[in-house]
Design a protein. Structure first.
Length: 157
């Protein structure tokens, strides 16, 4: 775990360089995160925020160096500033792991979206992507629903 001082410091650094400046929300996100944050993970998160014109980044660290935590830091920042239309697209075998990590380590509500619950949302007249939670889906599901995903206009993918 990081100290309260370091959490506040990192929150301020991220907030200054990121797309939002809600330091209280970000600080709270980091303070409640149940993870050990390493300097290279902070640098990766900062890299993700450096250019507001950037279309995104690819996290490609070695196995075990904390790509999930790096992505979680970025997710927390977006969540803290109210940009909550977020989708995680991953291999089908990793959907439950992503869900667990986001819930347990960052306290972020999420839902695994698959064909079954997607069809149920459609049946009751709700937009399957607009559920006020981080949406987690497989590559194959995202490929099949790419037009709908594009139209929904996620803040972060």
């Amino acid at each position: 775990m990081i100290t309260r001082y370091h959490a506040m410091y990192y929150a301020r650094v991220l907030a200054q360089r990121a797309i939002g400046d809600n330091i209280d929300s970000l600080s709270q996100s980091l303070l409640n995160a149940a993870v050990d944050i390493n300097p290279h993970q902070i640098e990766a998160a900062l890299f993700a925020f450096r250019s507001p014109l950037s279309k995104g980044i690819i996290l490609a660290d070695e196995v075990g160096l904390g790509k999930t935590i790096e992505a979680g830091l970025v997710l927390c920042q977006y969540w803290a500033i109210g940009k909550r239309k977020i989708i995680v697209v991953c291999p089908a075998a990793l959907r439950k792991q992503w869900s667990f990590e986001l819930t347990e380590k960052f306290g972020i509500d999420n839902e695994i979206l698959d064909s079954k619950n997607y069809n149920e949302y459609v049946r009751i007249g709700r937009n399957p992507f607009d559920n006020k939670k981080v949406v987690i889906c497989s590559y194959n599901f995202a490929a099949r629903k790419k037009d709908e995903i594009r139209l929904f206009g996620f803040d972060l993918a």
